[in-house]
Ligand binder design. Structure first.
Ligand code: AMP
Length: 252
């Protein structure tokens, strides 16, 4: 079994980003970057499945500029065996989910994995679209928001997070699955592991050479920060709290 995991380089989750002065986007020029947290979870799960003997190989793939190779090194430090870097032009805007899904389809066609794992969503665009689009483009079954993946009788049995609880589904291979928070807990990446990762192979593919139409279809009209939260109020006790909730906030 081969598992292909899509990992995206995004602004570090701990960094607070601000809109650009003209509100056309978010200012990320000097921001610290890291692997999308849900993709770290996906890589961890794939590596765990290989360590358990369920899979033989874990391949990480990213679509992005030259620096995105750092994210692949982290994926290999967690335990991916090798990586594929589809290199985009530095001057290009980040690709939209549909464009990424088309590029990933090309990689799926070359690699022929038994399972494609993605994060449920990238924390920069919050799109939650790429896995769904990829499964449609590849005509593969899909399970989103996975919190467990087991191989049973040659099928992927996936437990999905739903609003009210969980749902378990059985998918024919090959399948596309997107990782939710509880699927795995990413291991700490040590320096020796990073050193080993530097020796693992990264295949470099130039996006332009794939002949895929990645032209943007969406125009961002504006980006705003959420409104600042008002300061809290100290109340003297339950009576005042109830009074304020009833007569000021009108919520009870
Ligand atoms: P999104 O649909 O943008 O929220 O992204 C969902 C998932 O698709 C991410 O968690 C990644 O696994 C994958 N993905 C999105 N963009 C890229 C990219 N540029 N390179 C590799 N994987 C990506």
């Amino acid at each position: 079994m081969k598992i292909l995991v899509a990992v995206k380089r995004v602004v570090d989750a701990k960094i607070k980003v601000r809109p650009l002065p003209d509100h056309s986007g978010v200012d990320v020029k000097l921001a610290k970057m890291a692997m999308n947290p849900f993709d770290e979870i996906a890589i961890e799960k794939a590596v765990t499945l290989r360590e358990a003997g369920v899979a033989d190989e874990v391949v990480a793939v990213t679509v992005g500029p030259l620096k995105a190779v750092d994210t692949l090194r982290v994926a290999m430090a967690i335990g991916a065996d090798r990586a594929v870097h589809v290199r985009t032009d530095e001057s290009l805007e980040p690709l939209e989910p549909l464009a990424v899904a088309k590029v990933l389809r090309a990689v799926v066609e070359r690699e022929k994995p038994d399972l494609v794992l993605l994060g449920k969503q990238a924390i920069d665009d919050d799109a939650n679209q790429t896995g769904q689009m990829l499964s449609a483009l590849c005509d593969m079954p899909l399970a989103t928001f996975a919190n467990e993946i087991v191989l049973e009788g040659g099928r992927w049995v996936v437990t999905r997070e739903t609003d009210g609880g969980t749902q378990t589904v059985s998918l024919a291979t090959p399948a596309v699955v997107t990782a939710d928070l509880r699927l795995a807990e990413p291991r700490y990446v040590t320096l020796p592991a990073m050193g080993k990762a530097r020796k693992k192979p990264v295949e470099d593919i130039e996006l332009a050479g794939l002949g895929i139409d990645t032209a943007p279809r969406i125009r961002i009209l504006g980006v705003e920060e959420p409104p600042a939260r008002k300061a809290g109020v100290m109340v003297s006790g339950v009576d005042e709290l109830v009074d304020r909730l009833k007569n000021e906030a009108h919520v009870i």
